[in-house]
Design a binder for this molecule. Structure first.
Ligand code: ACO
Length: 398
């Protein structure tokens, strides 16, 4: 939609594009998506290969630095991340201050914003080494923050990081450890969670990455910019969809209720959560990998009874003209919640897991923005539709 709009009294041509459906806000060399073909690549590497063969920290390094690390680089990177896993004790107190039923995403978002006050050095965003230090801190502290938020909701004491464990095993230990004994995560479950983190690590200019870039373009510190990204991810149309999917499946309750539910969706009463995507007009490649990973998890945990409903919903939707004509396919969130639930996470934790996985992507986007000389402060135009100049009316005349 091109519309002639007046800017400061000057006529000019601008694009009216609510939701940036057809507007590139930046140049980026991080993630490539072909939504029609269902292709996703990080720095040129297909997501299928990364999910099969890499670790989350390797992928984080790749996103941030542009290349996969060699052995020495990976060792140094793993050391740096491990070194920064602890949170300042006052952040623990900060989390303790929330209500018992506070949503973990709210706590995580607030705690990340609060971290900006603990690292005032982060405001020096012109120094690449300093930016790298802040990125390392954020990736390292995210699992600790997520685990503290989780245990707060459960009323259980917080578990400090165990730096002898891998990134994912340490996270699982901080979540589920219940005694002094070392926590031994089942390697199959740990690998499934690692794959989920890899699949979520970046997705180019999605709503939260755009929020990080938009806020970051003001020159603010990365904690504040990332907190904005966490806020965007919290929404049910974005990362919050994984939680919404599980609640939807629970509400449907039985396969026999699916036809009535689908009719309601087609009538516009609600959306089929976990379906549809702004970019993918084909099966989301991440959803395919998640479906396979789910089988591995269910071998350990037993099959999630909601799987039957999800499979049937997918089958019906993929044959229904409403979904077919609109190219609505399962997205990354459709099956991830089933795995998270099998791993003993309550639904309100699902989006926190997404946020932990997405952190390297947000930071890579922020790093790219910081080094991009062409990038200006994000400041879209508007098409003004309100009243024009009129005289103030005193209150007794209104
Ligand atoms: N269920 C039912 N109908 C849908 C759905 C859905 N999940 N998604 C889109 N549609 C319909 C819309 O009603 C619209 O129909 P119309 O043309 O008759 O009006 C058409 O499909 C196009 O939908 P838009 O909202 O214009 O598509 P958009 O690209 O703006 O939205 C979005 C993409 C937000 C993901 C949407 O598909 C949606 O709401 N899905 C459900 C929520 C969800 O799963 N979000 C997670 C996305 S993945 C992620 O963020 C990690």
């Amino acid at each position: 939609d091109l519309k002639q709009i007046a800017v400061d009294g000057e006529p000019g041509l601008a694009t009216y594009d609510p939701g940036f459906v057809n507007t590139a806000s930046c140049r980026s060399a991080i993630t490539y998506i072909d939504g029609d073909a269902g292709i996703l690549e990080y720095r040129g590497y297909p997501i299928e290969q990364l999910a099969e063969s890499s670790t989350f920290l390797e992928v984080a390094y790749l996103l941030l630095n542009g290349e996969l690390p060699n052995s020495a680089q990976l060792e140094q990177w793993t050391h740096d991340i491990t070194f920064h896993t602890f949170l300042h004790e006052n952040i623990k107190t900060f989390i303790e201050g929330f209500r018992y039923d506070a949503h973990p995403m709210g706590m995580t978002m607030a705690a990340i914003a609060a971290l900006s006050t603990f690292y005032p050095d982060a405001r020096d965003i012109g120094d690449p080494d300093n930016r790298k230090l802040q990125a390392t801190r954020l990736i390292a502290k995210m699992p600790t923050l997520g685990a503290f938020a989780f245990r707060h909701g459960q009323g259980k004491p917080y578990v400090y990081p165990d730096n002898e464990l891998s990134y994912v095993d340490n996270f699982l230990a901080m979540l589920f450890k219940m005694s002094e004994r070392k926590y031994d995560a089942d390697p199959r479950l740990s690998r499934a969670l690692e794959i989920l983190f890899i699949l979520h690590a970046d997705h180019e200019q999605n709503c939260s990455a755009n929020a990080v870039r938009s806020v970051g373009s003001s020159g603010v510190d990365p904690y504040s910019a990332i907190a904005a990204g966490v806020g965007a991810l919290y929404g049910p149309l974005h990362g919050g969809a994984n939680e919404a999917v599980l609640r939807m499946l629970r509400r449907i309750g039985d396969v026999s209720n699916i036809p009535e539910f689908i009719e309601g969706v087609k009538a516009g009463n609600e959306r089929l959560m976990g379906f549809g995507h702004r970019v993918y007009k084909n099966y989301d490649p991440r959803a395919k990998i998640i479906k396979q990973a789910a089988d591995g998890v269910f071998e350990v945990t037993g099959v999630n009874p909601l799987l039957k409903i999800a499979l049937e919903l997918e089958k019906i939707a993929l044959e229904d003209e409403y979904f077919v004509s609109r190219k609505l396919y399962p997205n990354v969130d459709f099956y991830s919640g089933l795995i998270y639930e099998a791993l003993q996470f309550p639904p309100e934790m699902f989006t926190v897991l997404f946020a932990i996985g997405r952190m390297p992507g947000w930071l890579a986007q922020w790093e790219e923005l910081s080094g991009d000389k062409e990038q200006k402060i994000a400041r879209p135009k508007q098409v003004y539709t309100g009243a024009r100049t009129r005289d103030f009316v005193p209150i007794d005349k209104r």
